[in-house]
Design a protein around this ligand. Structure first.
Ligand code: SF4
Length: 516
């Protein structure tokens, strides 16, 4: 800007000076706070305030604190007044496992890691880290005490009116073993592997004294010993299996696992977990793990477990088609437990079987005429089917009849009647239902029984879903039937305690009094 007296404001020069400053600032590096990872720092932590007042881990700690845990301390040598290192409190170890399972954590190593940084675990342990080996050993060492603890919790829930035993469901679920599908071998291969495993154990024993790292040597020794034990256990399993199957194969990783059909149709090394659930509030009232792939033989054992836990059987048991057999119907009657299950739809079963074999509807068995006098059938082409023998099934007896091959071979209707038969004539079966099964079928036709059965999936399958989806038990972390049974028990204990906490929150005050 210019006036008559000269330059009043030298805008261009001011602008120039700002530009210079801006340029200078632009060339300077910004300053940031330095991160010093070499420093040592101490922080004051109020452990009690690490978690909220209503955090579930507090409820678990309180709940476990009210239980009688003397079964876990029976053989403890470290007692007051004598020298020796104090042991970890079973209330802490139980609470850690219950909380960990409720969060979907089933690994002892994972819990050890979580103790370093997770506030809930830090609160439980008082900022101490619990060693994975201690956790791991504790989980599988106290079988009787754990079973007693499970029953103790059931007694508590029963006293609160959360279990009635009016109606109990039974359901099985396959949970994968800690073994790969390709770990199965024949007896010869396992004997060879066992022979090879003997030598390193001895070598490690000799080395352990000289090793600079005693801990590493011990870990190797332990791994070798466990492998040898597993292989010996695999050879024992052959004795159980070979009676039925000469070509039996056993897993080298978990010899007690069995290949079972999975819900997705595939097959995998698994265990069959059987759960009994009370219909009142969905409490799991009995649990067991078996090596059987089917459920037929598990119903009576399930009712016996409920009886062991409560001193009495449930009034009614509801189970799916996998449990419906004549034996089970008769057994439940003799135990005065009403059995509710589905009816077998024989008509639709037969139809799909005929379709699979390419039999035309005009040649279905129902159209063959039975002659009681000669105990034979006459086919639609007038040929005789003679009595061949009898077979017993789960709910009925079947009598088998067969046509002469010579008749069928020259029959113009063979393509519609028995197209697949190349070496024998057409056969049919006459079935006779046992009276107990007929009565069961009749009962299951009533609307009342059907209504009860329709409620089954929600009651029976909820704990199954929870333990798999929420608690992460899709695969066992431990190996062997006994340990796997204990892991299933830990998970069901967790399920019941979490259920109790949820119900207590709903009716705060009433239940709390019962535990005091
Ligand atoms: S195939 Fe045999 S059983 Fe069938 S209709 Fe002919 S003769 Fe009878």
């Amino acid at each position: 800007m210019q006036s008559e007296q000269g330059v009043l404001l030298e805008l261009p020069s001011v602008q120039k000076s700002r530009e210079t400053v801006d340029n200078a600032e632009a060339t300077r590096k910004p300053r940031f706070q330095q991160i010093d990872r070499e420093q040592l720092s101490w922080r004051a932590i109020n452990v009690e305030r690490l978690i909220a007042k209503d955090h579930p881990v507090r409820a678990i700690w309180d709940f476990v604190g009210h239980l009688d845990l003397s079964g876990f301390t029976k053989h403890v040598r470290a007692v007051e007044g004598f020298a020796g290192r104090p042991l970890l409190n079973p209330q802490l170890l139980i609470s850690l496992w219950i909380y960990a399972y409720s969060q979907g954590v089933g690994s002892a190593r994972a819990i050890e890691r979580l103790c370093n940084y997770d506030p809930a675990y830090q609160w439980l342990t008082g900022m101490e880290v619990v060693n994975a080996h201690s956790l791991s050993d504790f989980r599988v060492q106290h079988e009787e005490a754990l079973k007693a603890l499970f029953v103790q919790v059931l007694a508590l829930l029963s006293a609160d009116g959360l279990i009635t035993l009016e109606r109990v469901t039974q359901d099985g679920t396959k949970i994968r073993a800690s073994a790969a599908s390709d770990s199965f071998r024949g007896k010869d291969r396992i004997e060879e592997a066992l022979k090879a495993a003997q030598e390193p154990v001895e070598a490690v024993n000799q080395l352990s004294e000289e090793e600079s790292s005693r801990r590493e040597a011990k870990a190797r020794e332990r791994a070798q010993r466990e492998r040898k034990d597993r292989l010996e256990s695999a050879l024992n399993e052959f004795e159980k299996l070979e009676a039925d199957n000469k070509k039996a194969r056993v897993s080298m990783t978990d010899p007690e696992a069995r290949v079972m059909k999975q819900p997705d149709g595939g097959f995998a090394p698994s265990f069959n977990v059987q759960l009994n659930t009370d219909s009142a509030q969905g409490v799991v009232v009995a649990v067991d793990v078996t090596q059987a792939g089917n459920d037929f033989e598990q119903l009576t054992a399930g009712i016996e477990r409920v009886e062991q836990n409560f001193g009495k059987a449930p009034k009614q048991v509801v189970a799916d088609g996998g449990y419906v057999s004549r034996d089970n119907i008769v057994q439940m009657e003799s135990r005065e437990v009403e059995f509710i299950g589905p009816q077998c739809d024989e008509a639709s079963k037969g139809k799909s079987s005929y379709e699979g074999r390419g039999v035309s509807p005009e040649y279905y068995s129902a159209l063959f005429v039975y002659d009681a006098a000669t105990n034979s059938f006459r086919c639609p082409q007038g040929k005789t089917l003679h009595y061949e023998g009898k077979e017993g099934h789960n709910s009925q007896v079947s009598y088998k009849y067969r046509a002469e091959m010579a008749d069928c071979k020259t029959c113009p209707a063979k393509g519609q009647c028995c197209p697949g038969n190349q070496v024998s004539g057409r056969s049919i079966q006459r079935t006779e239902e046992f009276p107990e099964v007929a009565a069961f079928r009749q009962k299951m036709q009533t609307e009342e029984a059907r209504k009860i059965y329709r409620q089954r999936p929600q009651i029976a399958e909820t704990p199954n879903l929870w333990i798999k989806a929420k608690f992460g038990l899709r695969q066992f972390c431990v190996r062997g039937l006994r340990k796997v049974g204990m892991e299933a028990l830990w998970v069901c204990l967790t399920y019941n305690i979490r259920l109790w906490i949820r119900l207590r929150l709903r009716k705060e005050g009433t239940v709390a009094t019962a535990t005091a």
